[in-house]
Write a protein that binds this ligand. Structure first.
Ligand SMILES: [Zn+2]
Length: 149
């Protein structure tokens, strides 16, 4: 998504949890604890994936996108389909998205990533592009830095 920024990836934390599980230091009941709310959100707003659940390996994971932010008012904390996010991103200045993967088979769930969306990201994008253009027009900032070494 164009306005996506400040992405935090939680795959390391997830791998750590799976390692703990394999080592027997935590039980499946500790990590397969999706609430009825989360499972409903997965059923009605979830994004199906073709990735197998790392725990039961019989169901595919579903991604749930939760949105947070002052501008959302009473919608804050609700799940949204992936298709709804770009529309919101063009309407609002800034909101936070939390992506959670859920297995509807064994209730495994884990935070996948979080990021910001919203119109405020558009100006940031164009600034980045113009900076690159400027460097190119000057004949490349990199060559100058190399010459200094
Ligand atoms: Zn599962």
């Amino acid at each position: 998504m164009r306005t996506q920024r400040q992405v935090v990836d939680y795959s390391l934390q997830k791998r750590a949890v799976l390692r703990e599980l394999l080592a027997g230091r935590v039980g499946t009941y500790d990590v397969c604890d999706a609430s009825p709310y989360l499972k409903n959100a997965a059923r009605f707003h979830g994004e199906p994936t073709d990735r197998r659940c790392p725990i039961c390996r019989s169901e595919n994971l579903t991604l749930v996108h939760y949105i947070y932010g002052d501008e959302l008012k009473q919608s804050a904390g609700q799940a949204r389909t992936l298709a709804e996010l770009p529309v919101l991103a063009m309407t609002l200045r800034e909101f936070q998205v939390f992506v959670v993967e859920v297995c509807l088979g064994c209730d495994w769930n884990h935070l996948v990533e979080q990021y910001l969306l919203g119109r405020d990201g558009l100006t940031g994008d164009s600034e980045g592009t113009s900076e690159q253009d400027a460097a190119g027009a000057e004949g490349g900032g990199r060559r100058r830095r190399e010459a200094q070494r």
